[in-house]
Design a protein around this ligand. Structure first.
Ligand code: HEC
Ligand code: HEC
Length: 443
């Protein structure tokens, strides 16, 4: 390489000298006389041409070097380049690898719910809570227990009605959610107004439609009047503690914390059993993430109001206007909505066991899971659901008005709806599914 290079330089030097001689002769002999120049001016012209030749020689040398030693040349040029600066240097971490957009991490449900401060779960408390949960003495006319609306023995923690029926056959306005896995929720009630199971359990006994007791003191008095309870409370809370409302709801909540279903095909799949879900369910699972259901129904309990992450527990529902709102009267009850916005605000519910806990939504107006999926996709994510999906911008003939319509929105096909519903069915506890099929007992 070096020898070649020296040869090249030598050749260049000879050429430069020859060139200079030719230029000098040409300038002094031919051009200067022709231009009528004499004396010092002749030499100035010659020098100008000479510099031109030198510049040419320098360029030729540089090109020669680059061509013969491309790597060295590039390395040199790279070293000259100033280091690249990010347009937003403050947004980047000072060290470590660049941030990557985290993919959604699917998680199984832990088999036990966490204990809260001040109310540890014990076997005695759970047994007492189970008894209270099934006791009709907690209602005014001894006709309704918690379990009347949340059947956890022969059912799936719900009453199967659109809206619940309380004492004296009175109908409430809302659909009963299941108590299974409620222990994982950071907000309870459909509008999330209770922050814990303990606080939640103070509601139904004094609700005039549900259990109708005059006040919480009356509830405590009912319980304390029963001799068998006195022994059970002493075992659960110690002999010195009087039966107060905090102990009553503490026992009920401790029992509810044992109502956990971590045995769905989804949980098995996430724990590594690849055969736990069928092809439609896996497609539905991918869609559930891709179309954005996970934005609200995320984490192990499929709810952004869960104890795993409760940063956004409430959402507008319906968020986008659509035909379903009038058909199912979805905006008659506005949930937590305060003020004159006119739009409902609801807690994002868990979707575990959702296939067994219909009918759906706060008013129980929707019977089929597929219809609930269509409503969610339309009203929460702005999709249009079509039998045969066409891309945005496509034109289709509507059978309703025989007019051509243009697809303006994101579109979900009926096959996608079926896959999403298939995935939701994979969230069903295998134990609860057997009781429903066999009419047996969960406990
Ligand atoms: C008359 C039927 C009825 C009775 C009796 C009843 N509930 Fe409910 N329960 C409901 C309804 C309806 C809701 C939803 C109400 C709302 O959100 O406004 C609900 C909500 C709940 C929730 C919230 C679940 C969640 O995910 O947010 C829990 C927990 C619960 N009930 C437990 C109990 C307990 C404990 C008792 C007994 C002390 C009880 N319920 C008595 C009908 C009933
Ligand atoms: C922007 C938040 C949000 C998104 C996105 C969302 N949901 Fe929901 N979902 C909710 C809220 C809030 C409710 C409760 C509405 C009510 O009770 O009236 C709900 C209720 C449901 C229910 C009924 C549960 C029951 O027991 O009644 C189902 C099923 C459901 N969602 C499935 C889905 C699916 C499937 C997707 C994706 C296509 C989805 N959701 C996307 C917020 C959301």
């Amino acid at each position: 390489m070096l020898a070649q290079w020296l040869d090249f330089l030598g050749l260049l030097a000879v050429l430069a000298l020859l060139g200079a001689a030719v230029v000098l002769t040409a300038v002094l002999r031919e051009m200067a006389p022709a231009a009528g120049l004499a004396g010092r001016r002749r030499f100035l012209l010659a020098a100008a041409f000479g510099l031109g030749v030198l510049a040419f020689a320098a360029k030729a040398t540089a090109i020669g070097i680059m061509v013969t030693m491309p790597e060295a040349t590039l390395a040199y040029l790279a070293a000259l380049q100033p280091p690249k600066r990010s347009p937003h240097p403050r947004a980047l971490p000072r060290s470590g690898p660049p941030p990557v957009k985290a993919p959604y991490a699917w998680q199984a449900l832990p088999p036990t719910a966490p204990d809260p401060d001040g109310n540890p779960t014990t076997a005695e408390k759970v047994a007492l809570g189970e008894r209270l949960f099934h006791d009709k003495a907690l209602s005014l006319d001894h006709s309704v227990a918690c379990a009347s609306c949340h059947d956890v023995i022969g059912g799936t923690g719900v009453d199967g009605r659109a809206t619940s029926e309380g004492i004296a056959g009175q109908l409430g306005k809302r659909n009963a959610p299941t108590v299974w896995n409620a222990a994982f929720q950071a907000r309870l009630f459909l509008d999330g107004r209770a922050p814990s199971l303990e606080e939640q359990a103070k509601g139904p006994p004094v609700n005039p439609i549900e259990m109708g007791m005059a006040n919480l003191a009356a509830v405590t008095a009912r319980v304390a009047a029963e001799p068998a309870y006195r022994a059970a409370f002493a075992q659960a809370f110690g002999p010195d503690r009087a039966i107060d409302i905090q102990a009553v709801v503490g026992a009920i909540a401790a029992y509810e914390r044992t109502l956990v279903t971590a045995d769905s095909p989804y949980d098995r799949y996430v724990r590594g059993d690849k055969a736990a879900l069928d092809a439609a369910q896996v497609r539905g699972m991918a869609l559930f993430e891709k179309v954005g259901c996970v934005v609200c129904h995320h984490g192990p309990n499929f709810s952004s109001a869960s104890r795993f992450d409760a940063r956004a527990p409430y959402r507008l529902f319906p968020a986008y206007g659509n035909d379903y709102v009038a058909r199912y009267r979805l905006a008659d009850d506005l949930g937590l909505a305060l003020g004159p916005s006119g739009r409902g605000v609801w807690k994002v519910p868990s979707l575990r066991n959702v296939a067994l806990t219909g009918p759906y939504f706060h008013n129980g107006s929707v019977a089929r899971l597929e219809e609930a999926v269509r409503i969610m996709a339309t009203s929460q994510l702005g999709f249009k659901v079509m039998a045969e999906p066409a891309g945005a911008g496509a034109v289709y003939l509507s059978t309703a008005d025989h007019a051509l319509h243009r697809v303006e929105r994101r579109v979900l096909g009926e096959a996608d709806v079926r896959d999403l519903a298939a995935f939701l069915r994979a969230l069903t506890s295998e134990r609860l599914a057997t009781i429903v099929e066999g009419g047996g007992s969960a406990l």
